[in-house]
Design a protein around this ligand. Sequence first.
Ligand code: UTP
Length: 274
Amino acid sequence: MIKKCLFPAAGYGTRFLPATKAMPKEMLTLVNKPLIQYGVEEAVAAGITGIAIVTGRGKRAIEDHFDISYELEHQIKGTSKEKALAPIRQIIDTCTFSYTRQIEMKGLGHAILTGETLIGSEPFAVILADDYCVAEPDPVLLQMVKLFEKYQCSVVAIEEVPAEETYKYGVIDGEEEEEGVFRIRQMVEKPDPSEAPSNLAIIGRYILTPDIFDILRDTPPGRNGELQITDALMTQASEGRVLGYRFKGRRFDCGSVEGFVEATNHCYTNYYKK
Ligand code: UTP
């Protein structure tokens, strides 16, 4: 059983400056809901209620969002606006939130290692809230939890990307064991298209076994001098303990302005206007 989901949310979000100067990237909204709330809803849909968030300086709005706002709730009580807060209220009532701060932003691997204190020694999920995923009937993380229950090893979500875009992602190579499920042999962080082992890219959904923390501790900084989760996963992969799962659904890269605008249009058309 996966009980906890880690949200690394300490990055600077420089691609969205100046919006992210004083506001966390994870609080950018697709229409009227922040990215991180979509992520938490996906975790809840996968049966997870332990929400662990790695934050950093200037990220306090995330904690305030997942808390009761007595004054505001009192103000709108009995009006038609009350229902706008019902979903977040439901999340607050269902989930347990815990936070820790990443003091220096030394990469995603380092952010995940920082979360160890919140996770302990059990398998856990990771959601990068700036990858917004839509899928039916099962949300992407639920698809992955089902796969984890069968294989009991780390699982990373993958998707096919245009060959010229491999430099943006961790890219895998592996043996397809069942349809869409690859036993990973090799992973390379942000390879040039000429060096990429495939066009199967890792996106922001992971299920990790807890030995990843010890591996991360022993992993030297990689590309850009950052501690890369891909490098640590490669240690597990060399023992055949990582699956790449080509999920069913669609991902929007909300870390980029273009992806964010596409996701906004998707949400406006499919959820808000309906
Ligand atoms: P990104 O590289 O997409 O986020 O990291 P960023 O660094 O905030 O974005 P840009 O490139 O400057 O615009 C992927 C995820 O990992 C988290 C980020 O918050 C994001 O959710 N992260 C990254 C950390 O928590 N700590 C880090 O040191 C690096």
